[in-house]
Each structure stands twice: as structure tokens, then as C-alpha cells.
Design a protein around this ligand. Structure first.
Ligand code: S3P
Length: 425
């Protein structure tokens, strides 16, 4: 993809639906009794991996425009697939599905693409083993992952070292099948879509501080869910609107759940002119329009408990920091090294190539702003969030930016370049 510097951005846009909510809505609808409708679901490569996984286990899933109609088979109605389940690039599919598969009566193997096969699975293997599941993985940490469910899952009281919604969801899903009460405690609060949605489908969930407990469940009940737009996709346009001069963008109906919207707090701390409008509740999630005006940004410090609430937005926040006066320090973000790529390395190396003053630390980034960026050849590391970060960088860089392997926008935001073109003036 080639990107040229542009004059300004103006208009109203809708970004794709939330990826995390779509995965969970598909999974719980498949396990529920009755017919669920999921409106406005995200039809991206990652969510298609989840749909195909459940189709291969005998669930009837029909697509009707922007609606998915799922005829749930009940918690114990999945069938052994005829081959391995391919989770593609999707960590969420793999880790959440592993929790569900732990409760089934058949053996199954999950495989994935090159990137997913390098991502750590020990974090879910450990709690699932404690629950009585036999799991085999390459070097005890990587895909392929073969799950041999235990006879009777045992409930556990698990204290996780990482704040990860994927690990939390895996344990809570397995907990639906375990005798007694399964408790999960995390070091910081990660996104809570699973807790919200499990409650809506009828599971017995109790949240207390950093802990969540789930009771063994006999039945989930089908629901109709409307999926709001994804703040992690909106983030690229929030940044673009701020750093491209004379811009004004409105992003419609974005999920602003507190456990996801750390980016809004951080950008406001940096002096961003962002207005949250028309807040409402849709399917148990807070939704609002976000208005962004170009702003003179200044540096900030980001670390501690806010990190899980903006974990996927750090690459694009780092780009904003290159356009902000002063030194921005991001710490406590080691998890970025085990995402679809090593995002600390990807961001530091590629934005440096474009002229940014950005240094990688063990668990974060130090960025000195404000720098003039120059267009050049950059690499996406086949990571959707890195491609989109570099594309927005290209809008403010002198000359032309060429991004290698830009196709991976498909993972979460297939029409990213069309939406971008629609507001370029
Ligand atoms: C996700 C949780 C986060 C996030 C990922 C989606 C989810 O991962 O980075 O894009 O849907 O639960 P971790 O749980 O590994 O932090």
C-alpha cells in the first residue's frame, strides 16, 4: 500500500464492529439453547475463524446480511470435528475456544498460522491442567494444541500473572462445565465483555474487585445481540483526526466500555480535543459517537493499571507521541511482545525508519516529540494494527510511504482504506 501526505480529514464515519464482542457472541450463541441473532457482527478473518470452528463442530450458523443467525446446540451439544480446528491468526479464537473444548467429551487439536503458532499458550494450559484437562502443546507452550477433556472438570481458584481477557475468558468458559465455583483473579482489570455477556446469557457470575467467579452452568439461553463499533479500530481515526492539521472527524456508535477506552483518557491527557456524544447502552455495552478535532498534543506517561484498557492501541498512541511536544514514556506493556507481532519492536523500528525518535525498552517505549516524519518503505510485520499505524503515519509524513504486506488489515478492518479515502480532503 502506498500512502501520500494529505491536507486534512473531514467527515462522519462508521468503523467495523467490535472483534472481542463478536467472538464472544458467536461462542455463547453456539452453546446456548435456542436461536440467537447477532446483528452487525464483524465479518473479519479472525471472526470467520471462530464461525468456521463452530460450524465444524456441527452448529448451524447462517449469515443474512449483517446478521448471524445461530441455532445453539446447548453446552453439551458440540460434535467432534472431522479434522483439526484452524484458528488462523486469531489468539482470541484459540484461547477462548480452548476453555469451551475443555468441557466437551471429545479430543480435538487447534492449529494456526505462523504468527499464532509463535504465541504463548502456557497461560491457558496451566489453569486448564489444574482443572483436570490433559493438554499437549509444542514445547508445552505453542500450537498445535491438543485437548483431551477430563472426566469431570474441577473448579479452581486461579490467580493469573497476566492481566489477560483471553486467559480470563478461557477459565470462565471452562468453569461453566466444572463442579462448584471457579474463581479467576487478575493483577489488573482486563476487558470485561465475557463477564457482561455470560450474565446476559444466564450464567451465574459474580464480580468482586479483580476477581470473577462462575458457577457450573446447566443451560445458557439464546440472546439477540447488537455489536457496537470497535474502539480499537476507531483508535486509528482518532489519531488521524488529531495529528492531521485542520481535521474534524465523527466516529459513530463506538463501544466505550471503561475496560477498553483507556485511549480516550490518554489522548485527553495529551491535550486532545475529543468530545464524547450521545452515550447509550446497546446489548449491555456503553456506546457513543466520538468527535475529534486536530489538536496540539503534548507528551505523557502511560503505565500501570491503564495498560490493559488500551493494550491494542499502544502502537497508534506511540505514533501520536511522535507528534506531541516532549518525552512520552510507555511502561508495563511487555504483553505487546507476544501479540500478532512483537509490537514494541515493530513500532520502534518502523517509526524510526520514518524519522521518529523512538526507543524500545524491555516493557515499553520512549518517544521524543515532536518529529517530522518522512515517507519511506516500511514493513507491517504481517500485523493488522501495525499496518494501520503506519498508514496513519503516512498521512503526515513528507512524500510517500510504502507499506509491505498491507493485506493483513483483513484481520479486523477489511475496508480500512475505503473509510480512510472517504474522509481525505
Ligand atoms: C482480546 C484480549 C486482548 C487483546 C486482543 C483481544 C479479547 O488480548 O489484545 O486483541 O478479545 O479477549 P489478551 O487477553 O492476550 O491481553
Amino acid at each position: 500500500m502506498k500512502i501520500n501526505k494529505i491536507g486534512r480529514l473531514e467527515g462522519e464515519i462508521t468503523v467495523p464492529s467490535d472483534k472481542s464482542i463478536t467472538h464472544r457472541a458467536i461462542m455463547l450463541s453456539c452453546l446456548a439453547n435456542g436461536v440467537s441473532h447477532i446483528d452487525n457482527y464483524l465479518e473479519s478473518a479472525d471472526c470467520i475463524s471462530t464461525i468456521n470452528a463452530f460450524k465444524s463442530m456441527g452448529v448451524d450458523i447462517v449469515q443474512n446480511g449483517k446478521r448471524l443467525i445461530i441455532n445453539g446446540v446447548g453446552l453439551n451439544g458440540l460434535k467432534k470435528p472431522s479434522s483439526d480446528i484452524d484458528a488462523g491468526n486469531s489468539g482470541t479464537t484459540t484461547r477462548l475456544l480452548a476453555g469451551i473444548l475443555a468441557g466437551q467429551k471429545f479430543n480435538v487439536t487447534i492449529i494456526g498460522d505462523g504468527s499464532l503458532s509463535l504465541r504463548p499458550m502456557k497461560r491457558i494450559i496451566e489453569p486448564l491442567r489444574q482443572m483436570g484437562v490433559n493438554i499437549f502443546a509444542k514445547n508445552d507452550n505453542y500450537l498445535p494444541l491438543t485437548i483431551h477433556p477430563g472426566e469431570n472438570l474441577k473448579s479452581i481458584d486461579y490467580i493469573s500473572k497476566v492481566a489477560s481477557a483471553q486467559v480470563k475468558s478461557c477459565v470462565l468458559f471452562a468453569g461453566l462445565y466444572a463442579d462448584g465455583v471457579t474463581k479467576f483473579t487478575e493483577p489488573e482489570k482486563s476487558r470485561d465483555h465475557t463477564e457482561r455477556m455470560l450474565k446476559a446469557y444466564g450464567a451465574d457470575i459474580v464480580e468482586k474487585g479483580l476477581s470473577v467467579s462462575v458457577h457450573k452452568c446447566n443451560k445458557l439461553t439464546a440472546q439477540n445481540i447488537k455489536v457496537p463499533s470497535d474502539i480499537s479500530s476507531a483508535a486509528f481515526f482518532m489519531a488521524a483526526g488529531l495529528i492531521v492539521k485542520n481535521s474534524r472527524i465523527t466516529i459513530k456508535e463506538v463501544n466505550i466500555n471503561e475496560t477498553r477506552s483507556g485511549i480516550i483518557k490518554v489522548l485527553k491527557n495529551m491535550g486532545a480535543n475529543i468530545v464524547i456524544k450521545d452515550v447509550s447502552f446497546v446489548s449491555g455495552e456503553e456506546v457513543a459517537d466520538i468527535e475529534i478535532l486536530s489538536s496540539d498534543l503534548h507528551a505523557t506517561e502511560i503505565g500501570g493499571k491503564i495498560i490493559p484498557t488500551l493494550i491494542d492501541e499502544i502502537p497508534i498512541i506511540a505514533l501520536c507521541a511522535t507528534q506531541a511536544e516532549g518525552i512520552t514514556v510507555i511502561s508495563g506493556a511487555k504483553e505487546l511482545r507476544v501479540k500478532e507481532s512483537d509490537r514494541l519492536k515493530a513500532v520502534a523500528s518502523q517509526l524510526s525508519k520514518m524519522g521518529a525518535d523512538i526507543t524500545e525498552t524491555e516493557d515499553g517505549l520512549i518517544i521524543k516529540g515532536k518529529t517530522r516524519l518522512k515517507g519511506t518503505d516500511v514493513d507491517s510485520f504481517k500485523d493488522h494494527r501495525i499496518v494501520m499505524t503506519l498508514s496513519i503515519a503516512g498521512l503526515v509524513a513528507e512524500g510517500q510511504t510504502t507499506i509491505i504486506d498491507s493485506d493483513c488489515v483483513q484481520i479486523s478492518f477489511a475496508n480500512f482504506y475505503e473509510v480512510l479515502k472517504s474522509i481525505c480532503k
